[in-house]
Design a protein. Structure first.
Length: 504
């Protein structure tokens, strides 16, 4: 179970690193407040280079005081407003010079950096093969000594690398410390399992805690994305392991709650910009809420499924409510993770509640689809076209859910919903609904023939009805070709702010 928790965390870490690498482009300007030296330190941490602060940093505009005195004397502004302008001008955006010290190259050659990583990989592979060959012959103290010495050596070696000299050296330090964290994990794994004789759960807790603390100290709120991801990922594993240790089997429900809580805290911290590289923290936190929901469902099938679905919906609401998040990046992160969670939570809820009350479950699902369609049509959400499409799919599928209790009710509801969508598609701007309605008619009409005309003669009848419906849908789509092109182009132009083009 705990191994299953660690593998998704590793996947989350890889996704977070990709997000950070796509976002990271360096910076040449930092927000000033009062002290130029503080701005230089902030810029150094942001870009990995030492910076030179010009002598003019923080200086006011020439003749500013003379102009302010003249405006104050003319009664245009008050003395208090004059002083406020002075304070503002002194604390404006501060630009720093991104210059390396004399005698240093601008950048380590890419070939040299690649050779360094290749050499490091060969050393790791060689050490791993050697350890595997002789590991069984080593005593427990020898294993602890070897892994401890290697972990300490790699940590010291990373500390000796001057990351401020060049971005390549900074990356090399990150990967060196990553190797140290890996050996730290082996050390505490051997310590827990073979020296102290702890249970697998307790050993996982000990190992993950040690890795999280070490990587957290090496990260220390600086621009070190690998250490940030390892520290937060190990924190989630340790959190889940602690819940598994404290609660008796089955512990998946409490484990999921523990992971979910830490994930929610990380999302809040990212939205409030409390950590460097907030995207990494946000991806890990949002994914942890989804992962925690999976464990909650496994522990408490009924209520857990609803809780999981609610968590995914909250992420989607945050992402789709205009003006609610600090930036568009937050919307993309929470929206994508929430969508994955919703797709995972929907089958769990439908499979459980459809067996208990299929008609009620289908009606509730239909209402959710209608709500999505309404939000998309009114343009209340950030991506209205996506909401419309999701609403159409949910409406067509909702009727099928009720078939578990009454197949006749499902067919009647499905045909009525499909006709309603086709009619809705005749309104300007809603041509996409015609496509969903046509597909729904094709599904539910052939299903109706199969249900209401049992026996061997139904096969030709089903084929005939299906063929006629396909022809009707094809003709209908052909007549709407111009509307599809114009309305979809108009929606796309409205979303991007570009002028739309007319069409027939």
């Amino acid at each position: 179970m705990l191994l299953g928790l660690g593998i998704p965390i590793l996947v989350i870490a890889v996704i977070a690193l990709v997000v950070w690498l796509v976002r990271s482009r360096g910076a040449t300007t930092v927000r000033g407040a009062a002290q130029p030296e503080e701005h230089a330190i902030e810029a150094e941490q942001a870009i990995g280079h030492p910076v030179r602060v010009p002598a003019t940093v923080g200086a006011r505009e020439p003749h500013l005081e003379e102009e302010l005195e003249r405006w104050t004397g003319a009664g245009l502004i008050t003395p208090v407003e004059s002083q406020a302008i002075v304070v503002f001008e002194e604390g404006r955006w501060v630009k720093v010079s991104l210059e390396l010290p004399a005698g240093h190259a601008r950048k380590v050659p890419a070939a040299a950096e690649a050779m360094g990583y290749l050499g490091g990989a060969l050393v790791v592979i060689g050490m791993t093969l050697t350890a595997t060959r002789f590991w069984a012959e080593f005593s427990v103290p020898t294993r602890l000594g070897l892994t401890g010495v290697v972990a300490a050596a790699l940590m010291v070696a990373g500390g000796l690398i001057h990351e401020a000299s060049d971005p390549a050296l900074a990356r090399f330090r990150w990967f060196t410390w990553l190797g140290s964290s890996a050996m730290t994990g082996v050390f505490f794994g051997v310590l827990g399992m073979q020296q102290i004789d702890l249970s697998p759960k307790a050993t996982t807790l000990l190992t993950a805690t040690a890795i999280s603390l070490q990587s957290g100290l090496l990260w220390w709120w600086k621009q070190r994305p690998i250490q940030q991801v390892v520290s937060l990922g190990a924190l989630l594993v340790a959190d889940g392991a602690l819940a598994a240790v404290l609660f008796a089997e089955p512990a998946q429900g409490p484990l999921g709650i523990a992971v979910w809580i830490v994930g929610a805290v990380l999302v809040v911290a990212a939205l409030r910009r409390l950590t460097p590289n907030f995207e990494l923290t946000e991806v890990i936190g949002a994914a942890a809420t989804v992962l925690g929901g999976v464990f909650i469902v496994n522990g408490w099938e009924g209520g857990g499924a609803l809780f999981f679905a609610a968590s995914a919906v909250v992420l989607l609401v945050l992402a789709e409510t205009p003006g609610l998040l600090p930036s568009r990046t937050d919307g993309w992160i929470l929206g994508l993770v929430g969508l994955v969670g919703a797709l995972e939570a929907a089958p769990a809820n439908l499979s459980y509640y459809a067996n208990q009350a299929a008609i009620v479950t289908g009606i509730v699902t239909w209402l959710i689809g209608a709500l999505l369609l309404y939000l998309g049509i009114r343009g209340i959400v950030v991506t209205p076209r996506l909401a419309e499409a999701a609403g159409g799919v949910v409406l067509v599928a909702a009727a099928a859910i009720t078939a578990n209790q009454s197949e006749a009710f499902a067919l009647a509801c499905g045909v009525a919903t499909s006709v309603l969508l086709v009619a809705l598609g005749t309104r300007p701007g809603l041509v996409l609904m015609s496509a969903f309605g046509s597909v729904g008619l094709l599904i539910y009409a052939t299903w109706s023939v199969n249900y209401f005309f049992p026996g061997q003669a139904r096969a030709p009848l089903v084929m005939t009805v299906a063929g006629l419906l396909v022809i009707a849908v094809a003709v209908w789509m052909a007549r709407l070709r111009g509307r599809f092109a114009v309305e979809l182009r108009r929606r796309r132009s409205a979303a991007t702010g570009a002028p739309g083009k007319g069409g027939s």
